[in-house]
Design a protein around this ligand. Sequence first.
Ligand SMILES: *Cc1c(COP(=O)(O)O)cnc(C)c1O
Length: 396
Amino acid sequence: MTDIPENWRLSTQLVRGGSARTPFCETSEALFLNSGYVYGSAEEAEESFDGTRERFVYSRFRNPTVAMFEDRLALIEGAEACRATASGMAAVHAAILSQVRAGDHVAASRALFGSCLWIIGDLLARYGVEVTFVDGTDLDQWKAALARPTRCVFIETPSNPTLEIIDIPAVAQLTHAAGGLLIVDNVFATPLLQKPLRLGADVVVYSATKHIDGQGRCLGGAVLGSQAFVADVLGPYLRHTGPCLSPFNAWLLLKGLETLELRVSRHVENAGKVAAFLEGHAGVERVLYPALASHPQHDLAGRQMAGGGTIVAFTPKGGKPGAYRLLNALKLIDISNNLGDAKSLITHPWTTTHQSRSPEEKLGMGITEGGLRLSVGLEDPQDLIDDLANALKTSS
Ligand SMILES: *Cc1c(COP(=O)(O)O)cnc(C)c1O
């Protein structure tokens, strides 16, 4: 849309990338709340549909406010192209379903967000797609699963809620040898802490609902990849199935990107302090945070992430009753299944985000009855630590 100087640095891109002013010369990006567009002539309409003229034709296909969000996110991610979607799940769904057909093989890591598991584990089978789940941290399992032709591979790293780290360059290499594309759900890392495309992945998906909005206001999602993938595979699928992002939400998400770097760096700083406090507490059985030396893939996290992230997983002593006592004793941190928000939010994945999975399946992906997932917000970290310390006194 606009000419973006190649030498703009990240902070500048986050504030100005993709912006296109109307003739009214507004400062903030304009909000185009329109569904349709008009043509000066019948010929112009014809050319807009046969591809000889590039312009906006219908907001299910493209919209100027949504396009500004897509262009800005592509710039930050270092992707050739981006398409925004109505939610993170619409992005995951389209990234996979736009590629696969009956008879294909798809592989995925086992530790996934509940709805991602439903799409890959339950939905794909209905359409005759064969799926292999592996322990994402075990390269031998990846080698075995990818010894046959594979359409695509889907991973979350860090995973929700178990914070498993998967070796993106290694899995990318195996995926390409099997003839497939590697899709990375990069929600937990955010566009700032991990660059999957630079590490060898082909497609990146986001729930923009999380850190990109980051203030609990709206749903949104995005898929990023090569121009060829977006134009030939993903684009037609989105255009004809219609999970488009509302222009209003795109506008909120543009505002979210402007402050993303400031917010994520504070989230990470606070999460590190909270993780260190929890690790030293006698009432806590286990803490998982990628930047702690105790994390099983701490070294790998250090190689492919620029920080430990904004989420801390921990298990207070006392199993599920202990976890519930802690949750119910918190006064500042809210019980909520959202994450990446300015407000600190805590959830019990066993009974919420992963409730529909069987106990064996949950245990198999590292989710325990006593485990909690804490999304560390932007409050003063000492207030968060005080709230946790007080609740741990009650729970133990
Ligand atoms: C929240 C989340 C999603 C789904 O995003 P929505 O915007 O809620 O649809 C997908 N993947 C991960 C890792 C998530 O945390």
